[in-house]
Write a protein that binds this ligand. Structure first.
Ligand code: SAM
Length: 292
């Protein structure tokens, strides 16, 4: 939390990180969470929710490129995408770079996060909120995916859960109820991905997701990237696919899809895409322990 020009993250009671605060741009309790946006000379503008760093201008590209281009280039023909959470707009910006994407529904529980990030973190959304392909829905993601009135079965080719940690409003986005709804909404070769915590510090999230998501998907695995301000090592991304082949796209196919998309990246490459699915032994063992 903010104190004496320092922002101290409170995610772990026994370990943490802090940032010098050059300027507080916004701070308030919203309807759902405590929101702070501040300037730090190392990472640029940063946003935190309920004491947890969510995103920074300097390293957001790693997280947003890996949670969008991996599922989208794996799928190869995604037209309709669902983003759950993602209020800072970075995920939306990267998805919309895919000109083959015809429609994006973004379901964010906290309208204040969208409003304040568009104002104080403009480089994250970079105009994405004005894209005519966007349908922005302010509501709880678990309610949305289970509301057959809101969306018919098979409505989306890729679903990206860009949510907070499983504490507070984000907790329900790690539940079986949420995964069941996402399975309902995925089309035939649909792919689901989600932020799934820093495995060295939050290995339990790998075990829980394996047990819960694995019940609904033909293929459940993880991939990873190191995002400096998600402290503690590599972050795992949950992977759930209706078609197991989606996780094993040949390098030359990924390379051609990447080339024809014409998207400039700073982190994602087809080679990193493939390598990201290789997991440390202790993470593989955590998955095996659950799967038996
Ligand atoms: N990159 C961050 C991370 O890995 O923790 C996530 C960033 S993004 C700002 C997280 C978003 O999830 C926030 O805007 C928050 O309001 C939203 N969120 C949390 N719980 C939600 C829910 N139940 N339904 C929809 N959005 C939710």
């Amino acid at each position: 939390m903010l104190k004496d020009n320092l922002y101290s993250e409170t995610l772990y009671g026994t370990y943490g990180q802090h940032f010098t605060v050059d300027q507080v741009l916004f701070e308030a309790g919203t309807e759902h969470q405590h929101l702070v946006i501040f300037e730090n000379r190392e990472f640029g503008r940063m946003m935190a929710l309920d004491g947890v760093i969510q995103t920074t201008e300097r390293d957001e590209f790693i997280y947003h490129e890996m949670l969008t281009h991996v599922p989208l280039f794996s799928h190869g023909n995604a037209r309709r995408v669902l983003i759950i959470g993602g209020g800072d707009g970075g995920m939306l910006r990267e998805v919309l770079k895919h000109k083959t994407v015809e429609h994006v529904t973004m379901v964010e529980i906290d309208g204040a996060v969208v409003e304040m990030c568009e104002k104080w973190l403009p480089n994250h959304s970079a105009g994405a909120y004005q894209d005519p392909r966007l349908n922005l829905v302010i509501t709880d993601g678990v309610k949305f995916v289970n509301d057959a009135q809101a969306c018919a079965d098979g409505s989306f080719d890729v679903i990206i859960s860009d949510c907070t940690d499983p504490i507070g409003p984000g907790e329900v986005l790690f539940s079986s109820e949420f995964y069941a709804g996402c399975k309902r909404l995925l089309s035939e070769n649909g792919i689901f991905v989600a932020q799934n915590g820093v495995c060295f510090m939050q290995l339990g999230e790998v075990e829980t997701t394996t047990a819960r998501l694995g019940h609904y998907m033909a293929d459940t695995w993880f991939y990873s990237a190191a995002v400096p301000t998600y402290v503690g090592g590599i972050m795992t991304f949950a992977w759930g696919a209706k078609n197991p082949a989606s996780r094993n796209i040949a390098l030359d196919v990924l390379t051609e899809r990447f080339r024809s998309a014409g998207i400039a990246t700073c982190y994602y490459t087809p080679t990193i895409h493939q390598a990201a699915f290789a997991l440390p032994r202790y993470v593989e063992e955590a998955i095996t322990k659950v799967n038996g």
